[in-house]
Design a protein around this ligand. Structure first.
Ligand code: KG4
Ligand code: ZN
Length: 331
């Protein structure tokens, strides 16, 4: 088969990113412009500021990506764009850029669900094999996804309230840790004693769903109540409870679906404690596993281009009526 070059575009939240990926697994060039420093002072992403920053950055990031790849638009086979879920104003910037490029250069437009992109970040590390189970843990999502072949997704369960990343960020806020708090909690938890504070593992039932708002409230209440808190121990205990909850449901799904491969996806999959736990679970069970490259755990266009290749192979295309879908879900 002739090599296929996909230009990926990602602008669903606070990263403006373009990437060119060959055949869904060979990264040619990726540029990511992060707005973290702009939003840090507000303790979270401010949607209006995010959209404006995307508008300001988008042409420069595209130009830099093509330059880095030593390629022109004529050499691109299709444009894949993240069209949801995410912030509507942010998504629209990437989407309109994609449509304009497709119209100007007569390329197919491939719609990509941002979460499917997170999953395909793993294909840039190692070719995904099936059947597989993927635990998606990000700032906005916590889902268990089963795949029996490429680009076929079945959602087994999801969070009923807060996403894991959101829970990390809110616990961080009460502990005076800058947004996004996940990386710093991860670092501090490493030095703490995880059995010092006890929290109940949330939603201890037979479903594949998760719940994190109760755990978040327990941690926040404890911080308000106790005069002296050992920060490292508290964060280690919190993180351990999160890991316990995620792994219990995941192990159950691994057994029921008899999967051969396990993946982590999303921003929280950068977490050291979570990686160590799932590495040892998979090794004990003889399941092959892949975790995304740390730099591609959070939002980037390489993962969108990788997923876009498999959507392209499936013949998935959109016309210029494609709209942003902030609440887009994996069916
Ligand atoms: O996937 P992502 O970039 O954005 C969404 O699509 O939601 O994930 C961002 C989330 C934030 O909540 C951040 O705190 C969390 O990922 N995060 C982490 C770590 N690195 C990023 N959480 C725990 N441990 C980490 N090392
Ligand atoms: Zn994301």
């Amino acid at each position: 088969m002739k090599d296929v070059y996909i230009l990926g575009i990602e602008s669903s939240c606070d990263e403006t990113s373009f990437s060119i990926v060959k055949n869904g697994n060979v990264e040619i060039a990726t540029v990511i412009s992060s707005q973290i420093d702009i939003h840090k002072d507000y303790g979270g992403v401010v949607p209006e500021i995010a959209s404006r920053a995307h508008v300001k950055n988008v042409t420069f990031v595209l130009a830099e990506c093509l330059e880095k790849a030593h390629m022109t638009m004529d050499e691109i086979d299709a444009v894949a764009v993240s069209y949801g879920p995410g912030l509507v104003g942010s998504l629209l910037v990437g989407l309109e850029t994609a449509k304009t490029l497709c119209w100007l250069f007569n390329k197919p437009l491939i719609p990509v669900n941002h979460i499917k992109g997170h999953i395909y970040a793993n294909n840039l590390v190692k070719r995904m094999t099936f059947p597989l189970l993927c635990l998606v843990i990000s700032g906005g999502h916590t889902e268990l996804i089963y795949m029996d072949k490429d680009y076929s997704f079945k959602k087994l369960g999801k969070t009923l309230d807060d996403a894991v990343g959101e829970c990390f960020d809110k616990v961080g806020k009460v502990m005076n840790i800058n947004y996004p708090a996940g990386p710093e909690i991860d670092r501090l938890a490493h030095f703490g004693n995880s059995s010092k504070y006890h929290f109940t593992a949330p939603l201890n039932d037979d479903s594949y769903n998760f719940s994190f708002s109760g755990l978040k409230s327990s941690v926040i209440n404890l911080v308000h109540k106790e005069k002296e808190i050992n920060k490292e121990d508290l964060l280690a205990s919190f993180q351990e409870t999160v890991i316990e909850s995620l792994s219990r449901k995941t192990i159950k799904a691994m057994n029921e679906y008899n999967v051969k491969n396990f993946l982590l996806a999303g921003g929280v999959s950068a977490n050291r404690g979570i990686r160590e736990k799932f590495k040892s679970i998979c090794e004990a069970k003889g399941i092959d596993y892949t975790f995304p490259d740390i730099k591609y755990c959070t939002d980037n266009a390489a993962m969108i281009a990788a997923a876009g290749f498999f959507a392209y192979k499936e013949g998935i295309k959109a016309d210029f009526t494609l709209n942003a879908n902030p609440g887009l879900e994996i069916e």
